[in-house]
Design a protein around this ligand. Structure first.
Ligand SMILES: C[S@@+](CC[C@H](N)C(=O)[O-])C[C@H]1O[C@@H](n2cnc3c(N)ncnc32)[C@H](O)[C@@H]1O
Length: 198
């Protein structure tokens, strides 16, 4: 069953509805868990009638022991392989869905040149993302690293969404995002959304 552990998923839907999307769209979620973040993004993009679209979800599951928050030591949650099987099975009903069972840092290493999408028999290397949802580790360091990867890889009209923003130090992230034309468009108790509209 698809489910979410956060709130304000409607913010994601509403902000995607306002985007002017490219003919080829690439979105990404770090931290899939039971899939509601990815489902919300895909439903919103698909409802705009985009012709060529991939949504990438990255999550190793496997009872990963990691640092969830700045003020807590690493611990294991219930993100196990049973959850992976149940979630990925549901989301593969979307032809747009692509899943990677490893850490975000491995994705960054392997996909730094772009994400290959096959369109009409040709492989096209898509270098930029339209929507990114950062919902893996909620530490300042992890989110800084993620933004370091995505910052130069976002389309002109794009969204960067941070979950559980209150739990981390985002001062330098805010400063950096402002310098590259992102502005804060939505701030709830859990979701913080930046939009680039150059
Ligand atoms: C808070 S849950 C995600 C919630 C989900 N996005 C939702 O909307 O319900 C965090 C997930 O991040 C995954 N995760 C933890 N560290 C990760 C990393 N370095 N890269 C990718 N995923 C990670 C965990 O396995 C877990 O499933």
């Amino acid at each position: 069953m698809i489910d979410g552990d956060s709130s304000e998923y409607n913010f994601i839907t509403e902000e995607i509805q306002k985007l002017k999307l490219d003919p080829v769209v690439l979105t990404c979620e770090i931290g899939l868990r039971r899939g509601l973040g990815s489902k919300t993004i895909m439903d919103a993009v698909i409802s705009q009638g985009v012709e060529h679209y991939r949504h990438v979800a990255i999550d190793p599951y496997g009872d990963l022991k990691y640092k969830h928050y700045d003020d807590k030591d690493p611990y294991v949650c219930d993100y196990n392989d049973q959850m992976r099987m149940e979630t990925v099975r549901e989301l593969y009903k979307y032809k747009q869905f692509a899943y990677f069972e490893f850490l975000d840092e491995y994705y960054f290493e392997t996909m730094k040149k772009g994400y290959p999408i096959t369109i009409n028999g040709n492989v096209y290397l898509k270098e930029t993302y339209n929507v990114v949802h950062l919902d893996g580790p909620h530490t300042s360091e992890a989110v800084h690293n993620e933004i370091n990867f995505f910052a130069s890889r976002m389309t002109d009209n794009s969204l960067l969404i941070i979950d559980d923003h209150d739990t981390m130090k985002l001062q330098s992230v805010r400063w950096f995002l402002k310098k590259i034309a992102f502005e804060e468009v939505r701030k709830g108790e859990r979701k913080l959304i930046f939009k680039r509209s150059t």
